[in-house]
Ligand binder design. Structure first.
Ligand code: FES
Length: 382
């Protein structure tokens, strides 16, 4: 067995500093850009409380310091307080990523007492009609507003996340104004990343370059006004890599920092990797240490010996690691390929044609495929 810090072919491997606990795929919302796998309904097993506690303990022993609780909607797990408390006891900095559905002021208090460090509430739009249409829930918006306020009242910074796509990108000023009115501290305006359900719905979600440039200018102008007004609210605008010419260093490199544990215990180097034709280990069958340092799944794309051209001879390979393996797989059918976002990729035309499609897309929200168990079962069967 390899010692921590070294891997078989000599590539140096540090500890997984970031542990993402995807507690469940259950969720009361149906967002058509959800990053969960399309066939989530076929993976309905969930680790028990004891198994999650063991995951947290092993992760911390290995050096993980940041812990995210996500899903699905993590609030549907009745043992969330217990897991938060264990995370605090172990010394993690913990973050709850939630839709706010299923939350109430008492729970926010209980989580604070249990030692949760950070709560991020996601929104779909700046008004109830659009928000609820995208979320596939009639009561989502009011609940989110109430929970954003409850989070702040409990002494947390108010951290709001909006996933931006072609159906809400025109609302940028209204979204920021809403956040300002709520007294948000941090606002993440994250344009959709095309994984999971978002990839399935890409044509109906992807903004055109013109939409994106307008939105970015609006964010910059609003940011300047906030600064002039002495507001401390921070705006983080995340652009989609589909409009870049060089790929992102996805996950900071495969198996370098991030370890995701899916609801059924499957350990993944990123939340999307279970789509890849790679056999990933399960925490119920192997120790996390063995998974991280020795499993073929985690070692698959470490280092650069796996890289074909043009990545192999590229002088940027140490910076971007050839981009995203999941994106390469989704767009070319082979995860070894350079991420087609890269202008040097022989498959870059796939990105260019997606951009062209975004210029002419007409699909309404009702034409998107919503993330729910019924649609998931259809994918699973097909
Ligand atoms: Fe899986 Fe990028 S999302 S490697």
């Amino acid at each position: 067995m390899n010692a921590p810090g070294k891997q078989a072919d000599g590539v140096s491997v540090g500890p997984p500093l970031w542990l993402l606990a995807e507690l469940t795929y259950r969720c009361p919302l149906q967002c058509p850009y959800c990053s969960n796998p399309l066939d989530f309904s076929s993976a309905d097993q969930e680790l028990t409380t004891e198994q999650w506690v063991d995951v947290l303990r092993q992760g911390r022993t290995m050096g993980a310091a940041q812990l995210g609780f996500s899903g699905g909607e993590p609030l549907v797990r009745q043992d969330l307080s217990e897991l938060i408390s264990e995370a605090r006891h172990l010394g993690y900095y913990s973050n709850l990523i939630t839709s706010g559905l299923g939350l109430n002021a008492d729970k926010v208090e209980a989580f604070a007492e249990a030692g949760l460090d950070h709560i991020q509430v996601s929104f779909q739009a700046s008004d109830p009609e659009l928000n609820n249409a995208v979320a596939g829930s009639r009561k989502a918006f009011d609940q989110k507003l109430a929970m954003a306020r409850a989070v702040k009242e409990a002494g947390y910074p108010m951290v709001l996340n909006f996933v931006i796509h072609r159906h809400n990108i025109h609302q940028m000023n209204d979204i920021i104004a809403l956040c300002d009115k709520l007294g948000a501290d941090y606002v993440e305006l994250a344009t959709c990343q095309y994984y999971g359900w978002a990839f399935k719905n890409r044509e109906g979600l992807m903004p055109s370059r013109a939409q994106l440039e307008k939105a970015e200018a609006e964010v910059n102008a609003y940011r300047a006004r906030l600064l002039d007004a002495g507001s401390a609210m921070k705006l983080i605008f995340v652009t989609p890599d589909y409009y870049e010419e060089r790929p992102k260093a996805c996950m900071n490199g495969w198996g370098s920092l991030f370890l995701t544990v899916a609801p059924d215990g499957t350990a993944l180097p990123c939340h999307s990797a279970r789509i890849l034709p790679i056999d990933f280990p399960n925490v119920t069958e192997m120790s996390m240490k063995d998974i991280w340092y020795n499993s073929p799944g985690f070692n698959h794309y470490r280092g650069d010996s796996w890289m074909p051209e043009p990545c192999r001879s590229c002088d940027e390979k140490g910076k971007d690691f050839g981009g995203c393996r999941c994106q390469a797989y989704m767009l070319t059918g082979n995860a070894d390929n350079a991420d087609p976002v890269c202008g040097k990729s022989p498959h870059h035309d796939r990105i260019l044609s997606a951009r062209r499609a975004a210029d002419h897309a007409t699909a309404g929200i009702e034409e998107l495929t919503f993330r729910n168990a019924e649609n998931s079962r259809l994918f699973f069967r097909s």
